[in-house]
Ligand binder design. Structure first.
Ligand code: SAM
Length: 218
């Protein structure tokens, strides 16, 4: 059966209740964004009927759109407000970029694979998110011309903290990043303070590798 927009909305609202709220996602702005952004439009057409399932899905070129709950944890941990300036590393499908655009003021996003960056740009434009800035490049270098950022979200697993990213945080700014092992990482929040950085370990997670100068080598 072809899903109508109504049916997709019902699935989306059910996803927010059964996957996010019951697992402790509480931030009203985050929940509102998840209720609004049409995740099914960001997955490839052959996966559209599975878009609201509790799992990551393939998006091409060996990459994935992350599980909705994991995206929600990262966006909530970023502690964004309506005036925030945010950098996302790993645009992927553009879904998280759209969520960030619903919550923050200015959104910058970097994707390593040009094909994905172009696809995400097009989907974001078609969905009305034409104010976000997406570019192809090595996100481990950050976007120095647009720094500082109140938050930086890295949607791929890194062996260590990329120094350029902490350098590009504003004072009190938060870097949300899966760190350490190639297969299984720990989600960490790195906060820039007056005296350096503070590290907070959150939960185990499993992301595709962050490949770049300050990540895994190709
Ligand atoms: N948040 C995305 C979404 O909503 O679809 C999912 C991102 S996917 C799990 C991780 C992405 O990070 C992949 O598209 C991959 O190509 C990208 N990536 C890996 N290393 C990167 C780097 N150094 N700079 C930018 N993007 C990178």
């Amino acid at each position: 059966m072809i899903d109508t927009a109504d049916r997709q909305e019902k699935k989306r609202l059910s996803m927010v209740r059964s996957q996010l709220e019951v697992r402790g996602i509480r931030n009203p702005a985050v929940l509102k964004a998840f209720r609004k952004v049409p995740r099914h439009l960001f997955v490839p057409p052959e996966y559209r009927s599975k878009a609201y399932q509790d799992r990551p899905l393939p998006i091409g070129r060996g990459q994935t759109i992350s599980q909705p709950y994991m995206v929600a944890v990262m966006v909530e941990d970023a502690e964004l407000g309506p005036d925030s300036r945010v950098l996302e590393i790993g645009t992927g499908s553009g879904y998280q970029t759209a969520l960030l655009a619903e919550i923050a003021d200015q959104v910058y996003s970097i994707e390593r694979i040009d094909w994905l960056a172009r696809r995400a740009k097009e989907l974001l434009r078609k969905s009305g998110y034409d104010k976000v800035h997406v570019r192809t490049g090595d996100g481990t270098l950050g976007w120095p011309e647009q720094a500082p950022f109140d938050a930086i979200l890295v949607s791929a697993g890194s062996p260590s903290i990329p120094q350029p990213l902490t350098d590009q945080l504003s004072l009190g700014g938060r870097l949300v990043i899966p760190l350490q092992d190639f297969q299984i990482q720990t989600l960490e929040i790195i906060t820039r303070t007056e005296s350096g950085i503070r590290r907070e370990r959150k939960e185990p997670c499993s992301f595709v590798p962050l490949i770049g100068e300050h990540g895994w080598k190709e």
